[in-house]
Design a protein around this ligand. Structure first.
Ligand code: CA
Length: 228
């Protein structure tokens, strides 16, 4: 069994040993425990048995690829934050796609420091929203931060950790308009330089899941808001 660091265990799924080693070194130095899986099957088993606080998931793996691993975890109701690593920019939409529930992505070649920063922010987000205890309601949408549950007209809707945090952030401040940069910083914990496409993709996913009941409004040329 891998050791668990004080910040929790991160599962690295990577078939290139040199990349896995570098990531392990950086994450360990930051106080994370690290476990490494080199293919999809082992990744699934590790995710099920080791309960990592986050997964750094290479997309291109021998056999079952990283997106399929994530799809299977979500199908098992496992919503651990997943940071995808991909060498292909054109894969981003598929990676962050609706049924996959990826939380974030980074393109190769990446800086290990950036990966560590992303992991920290994913873990922080999933911890933060567990600490608040509030129920918010806009129209048919009810969001319970304690249970991390969202319902539309009483029916449960399954959101990823990031989708949930984004919706909770907007619903907690009705009437306020957020720029994409603001949301990146406040919800994802990133500097704006990273790019704002992530925000749009996640807003689209939340809307697709909530349907007509979605309270998120696009404010043209500015960003997003939930009506008060
Ligand atoms: Ca690979």
């Amino acid at each position: 069994m891998p050791g668990t660091g004080s910040r929790g265990l991160v599962l690295i799924v990577e078939d290139e040993p040199a990349i896995a080693d570098v990531l392990r070194m950086y994450l360990t130095r930051e106080g994370f425990g690290v476990s490494v899986a080199h293919d999809g099957e082992n990744a699934l088993n590790a995710a099920r048995s080791q309960h990592p606080v986050a997964i750094v998931m290479d997309v291109g793996l021998p056999g079952m690829d990283g997106t399929e691993v994530c799809r299977q975890l979500r199908a098992e109701d496992n919503w651990v934050p997943v940071l995808f690593c991909t060498a292909r920019d054109d894969e981003v939409d598929r990676i962050l796609g609706l049924e996959l529930g990826g939380d974030d992505y980074i393109t190769k070649p990446f800086s290990p420091r950036e990966v560590v920063a992303r992991v920290k922010s994913a873990v922080r987000r999933s911890n933060l929203s567990e600490q608040l205890s509030v129920t918010m309601e806009v129209g048919d949408v009810v969001l319970d931060t304690d249970a991390r549950a969202v319902t539309v007209a009483g029916k449960p809707v399954q959101l990823t950790a990031t989708e949930f945090d984004l919706l909770a952030h907007l619903m907690a401040r009705p009437g306020r308009v957020f720029s994409r940069d603001q949301l990146l910083s406040e919800v994802w914990g990133y500097a704006a330089a990273v790019g704002t496409r992530t925000v749009d993709v996640h807003v689209a996913q939340v809307r697709a899941k909530l349907g007509d009941a979605s309270p998120i409004r696009t404010v043209r040329g500015v960003g997003y808001s939930v009506d008060s």
